[in-house]
Ligand binder design. Structure first.
Ligand code: ADP
Ligand code: ZN
Length: 598
């Protein structure tokens, strides 16, 4: 039997395991079940791919991501792994071929869609075959609590019942305890070893800024930091995704919209472009993302506030799976808070559910307004402690200023009170600033004690005060009254002057240093880099796969730095296994050779 490390090195071309990969792999090789929680990009696939290569028989991978199966299988075949898939996209004769290969024990890995398991024929096929393991990918789909629930996943408990001897591994990147428990119960994984990797994604830089002119802010961010990079931009509404996508096109970006309202063919075409071509930006609603395992997404931008920290974390987690620097960039403002609260109050569901939703939104708002390290806050939300501030989030890099907002907060709360909690933020600011609008005279607000007492702060500063009061739960937004601001119980002490409040000083976003731009090491020759990329592009096109399936950027970088001269030196590059060495080595060596000769 080949050792697992040997397989990692010779087939996948990686020098060492990332813990806890090795532990997971040996427990499967020993025939035990495993439940794996690992962040996106953590390296889950190897945890079942390697045991499937070590053990006799074929590893069955159950995945809901039909659109990705073909790419996954192609990538494995390029490594010399005998992989195949069965899903509804195959015609009868191709399916037959795959089935025969399975029966003949000629496959190492077979990817199937979960709905296949409801076919008696599929079960019989499995019973007649030699199977090394079952891998249940995106295992959180079995949870009705989560948002990716798939009824077909409920049937997966039959694997345990029908094949009690065959080890199973369930994998997910979803963290929370409740989902984890549901996976264990529904998939009958009580005996499984649990492997929980830390959830930190140190290469992602979290940044949350105040929205003042969303489009221009986005443009500046892209121009300065991600001119040619692939990325995802999330918006709350379908209309906005199209609006932003077409506008970015007019600004010269390769941007495409994606939402559930587009025709299925358009959607899959846009997804395919994103995966296959370089530097494509997808502007999407949350309908886009699950199973987008493109490693070189350099940024995820949020134009609107996500509803929960869970969604924020999941969406931002799609950046930088390759471990290289990536940005999670978000802008938000008072309007977002109002809009989200509105959506929630209109949602179905009982009171308890709505309260829970409200609670999660508050946590999200707390993350936006926080003045300490964002990563610490994020991880602590998921129950992980991080001793030190991270040094790679906006609050670490540019510590925000705070100011004593007690007086301003009192003015803001009392103007809401004196106008009978019937008015929205714009009018309240008008009153505070002593404006002379029709509305003020109509309601006689120029006679209030609050009228004109807030001239020291400008409009934006007041908005900032109100936003923070809403975010911290001192004020709520009454949606039945067109966004009127109402006092919450908790504001009493503040109003009476028994409590003080530190507010965040909003700054116009400064330009971040360009550190996150695809970080090319300083001593890389650009001409060589481009030549290597071109060589990769030609192979990718020829084989109909995304460029990163041939080699990751990090492998190309290593080539450009170490300048391998022969096959032995080339084999030392991370990501170069035996097959790729043989197949691509000569061409890439020629590129390096030509470069050295000039
Ligand atoms: P996940 O499914 O957990 O999101 P993947 O399995 O797609 O992550 O792995 C993410 C990336 O990390 C892939 O490009 C993979 O090849 C790479 N990777 C995984 N394990 C290792 C390792 N031990 N050494 C180097 N790269 C690895
Ligand atoms: Zn930090």
């Amino acid at each position: 039997m080949r050792s697992t490390l040997d397989i990692l090195q010779s087939v996948f071309g990686y020098p060492s395991f990332r813990p806890p990969q090795d532990e997971i792999i040996s427990s499967l090789v020993n025939g035990d079940d495993a439940l794996v929680l690992m962040p996106t990009g953590g390296g889950k696939s190897l945890c079942y791919q390697i045991p499937a290569l070590v053990r006799d028989g074929c590893g069955i991978v159950i995945s809901p991501l039909i659109a990705l199966m073909e790419d996954q299988v192609t990538a494995l075949r390029l490594l010399g792994v005998r992989a195949a898939y069965l899903n509804s996209s195959l015609d009868a004769s191709s399916s037959n071929q795959v089935e025969n290969a399975l029966l003949a024990n000629e496959l190492d890995l077979l990817y199937i869609a979960p709905e296949r398991l409801s076919q008696a024929r599929m079960i019989q096929l499995l019973q007649k075959s030699s199977i090394s393991l079952f891998a249940i990918d995106e295992a959180h789909c079995v949870s009705q609590w989560g948002h990716d629930f798939r009824a077909d996943y409920l049937r997966l408990s039959l694997l345990h019942q029908l094949f009690p001897e065959i080890p199973r591994i369930a994998l997910t990147a979803t963290a929370d305890e409740r989902t984890r428990q549901e996976i264990i119960t529904r998939l009958e994984l009580e005996q499984a070893g649990q492997f929980i990797a830390g959830f930190d994604r140190p290469n992602i830089r979290y940044r949350i800024a105040l929205k003042h002119n969303g489009k221009q802010q986005l443009l500046k961010f892209l121009r300065e930091e991600h001119e040619n990079d692939a990325g995802i931009i999330y918006c709350l509404s379908r209309k906005k995704t199209e609006d932003i996508a077409y506008w970015l096109q007019s600004e010269g970006f390769n941007a495409l919209p994606y939402h559930a309202g587009l025709a299925a063919t358009t959607r899959s075409e846009h997804q395919k472009k994103f995966l296959r071509e370089e530097g494509v930006i997808v502007v999407a609603t949350i309908a886009f993302g699950m199973g987008i395992d493109k490693p070189d997404v350099r940024f995820v931008a949020h134009m609107d506030l996500p509803k929960t920290i869970e969604s924020y974390y999941q969406e931002t987690g799609r950046a930088g799976r390759d471990g290289e620097a990536a940005n999670a960039w978000m802008i938000y403002g008072l309007q977002d808070v109002i809009k989200l609260r509105q959506m929630m109050s209109n949602s179905d569901g009982n009171e308890e559910f709505k309260r829970a939703e409200q609670h999660r939104l508050n946590a999200m708002l707390g993350l936006c307004e926080i003045t300490s390290c964002r990563r610490q806050a994020l991880l602590s939300y998921f129950g992980e402690t991080m001793e030190q501030a991270c040094g790679n989030c906006d609050t670490c890099l540019q510590p925000p200023n705070t100011w004593d907002g007690t007086e301003a907060a009192r003015m803001a709360l009392s103007v809401a009170y004196r106008t009978e909690q019937r008015f929205g933020v714009n009018h309240l600011i008008d009153v505070l600033r002593g404006a002379d609008t029709d509305k003020i005279f109509q309601f006689n607000h120029h006679h209030l004690a609050s009228y004109g007492i807030g001239k020291d702060l400008d409009n934006n500063q007041w908005r900032s005060v109100f936003r923070q009061l809403v975010a911290r739960g001192f004020l709520s937004v009454d949606l039945d009254k067109f966004g009127a601001l109402c006092l919450e119980e908790s504001c009493r002490a503040l109003l009476r002057g028994e409590e003080s409040i530190e507010l965040r000083r909003d700054v116009k976003q400064k330009t971040a240093k360009r550190q996150t731009k695809t970080a090319l090491a300083a001593d890389i020759d650009i001409a060589l880099w481009e030549a290597l990329r071109e060589c990769r592009r030609i192979f990718a096109e020829d084989q109909g796969v995304p460029p990163y399936v041939i080699f990751h950027d990090s492998s190309l970088q290593e080539m450009a730095i170490s300048l391998p001269r022969d096959m032995t030196e080339f084999s030392l590059i991370s990501g170069v296994g035996e097959r790729k060495l043989e197949k691509y080595g000569p061409a890439f060596l020629r590129v390096v050779g030509d470069h050295l000769a000039t």
